[in-house]
Design a protein around this ligand. Structure first.
Ligand SMILES: [Fe+2]
Length: 300
């Protein structure tokens, strides 16, 4: 079956590139690489040319997300699948693919109006092992699951979002019905997967920004603890205290990045179970901090 295979990269528009360089290198432990101009930086966490592209932009939000397909045949099959489903798609030029460091690229929007890119053939740099911006006990887990997951706000219905991402080959559905004090109904959250990562995209409710949070997974629990120590030492707001999720089982915490949305760093995630489940709360922890929930919808 033709399907997307991983979240390959995201592009983030950031108003303060200097603050992001520091945050990415010294807090997240990513490698910061200069871009083609002073308005671009690339962030690496493995052998890929980049997993995150930072561009100078006042949006302070994720501008686009790149979903991979396996190869040229799958790329062409996906383009046909989308067209047959009535989803507008534009095949990128060679120059556009080269600018994104991939072999071929197509452009489309999801039901929320969020730009997406589907590509195959990322540029791999096996001669450039990642050089983290700070000490790391281990590395970020990217093999078999993409570079992480992203939770996004939504304006479209869950049904429309589910139908669209099903065309892309993703599976999943509502996994949380979370009771919130003072709200008449539990908050519902949708999670979609396409590989060994329990979820690649998640959708909550309406919010000012597209991106609620970006999650990276470490292969050593010590790197979650080190990140927490560094976040606290620099006075960066912790938004959600450490805890373990019921769906992906990651032990993680959430903190605010220089663009005002959240990063999550976790360890110990499980694969998709293959059958739907739902939860009314997490395994333990993940308590919102006092200064947090007014600015963010419920994360997962
Ligand atoms: Fe998450």
């Amino acid at each position: 079956m033709t399907q997307v295979t991983e979240l390959g990269y995201v592009t983030i528009g950031v108003s303060d590139l200097k603050a992001w360089e520091h945050f990415a290198g010294r807090i997240l432990g990513l490698e910061v690489v200069p871009g083609e101009s002073e308005a671009v930086r690339y962030l690496r966490m493995d052998y890929w040319h980049h997993r995150i592209k930072l561009v100078q932009d006042s949006a302070d939000d994720v501008l686009t997300a790149g979903l991979r397909v396996a190869g040229v045949l799958e790329f062409r099959a996906m383009a046909k699948l989308l067209s047959d489903a009535g989803i507008p798609v534009r095949i990128g030029t060679t120059a556009e693919a080269e600018a994104s460091k991939v072999l071929e690229i197509m452009f489309l929007e999801d039901p929320n109006g969020y730009p997406l890119e589907i590509f195959h053939g990322p540029l791999m740099q096996y001669h450039l092992p990642v050089h983290p911006g700070r000490r790391m006990h281990g590395a970020y887990k990217t093999a078999g699951g993409g570079f992480g997951h992203m939770m996004q706000s939504r304006t479209a219905s869950f049904d429309d979002i589910h139908a669209f991402y099903t065309v892309l080959g993703m599976r999943g559905g509502i996994e949380y019905k979370m009771p919130i004090p003072m709200l008449p109904k539990p908050v519902e959250l949708m999670f979609l997967h396409c590989n060994d990562r329990q979820h690649t995209f998640a959708f909550g409710g309406p919010a000012e920004k597209r991106c609620n949070h970006l999650m990276f997974e470490t292969d050593r629990i010590e790197d979650v603890g080190l990140a927490l120590d560094l976040v606290k030492a620099e006075g960066i707001p912790v938004i959600i205290e450490p805890g373990a999720h019921a769906n992906d089982h990651n032990f993680s915490f959430y903190f605010k990045n220089p663009s005002g949305f959240m990063n999550e760093i976790g360890w110990g995630g499980r694969k998709p179970t293959g059958q739907s489940e739902y939860y009314a709360g997490d395994v333990f922890g993940h308590h919102p901090t006092p200064n947090s929930m007014k600015d963010f919808m419920v994360p997962a």
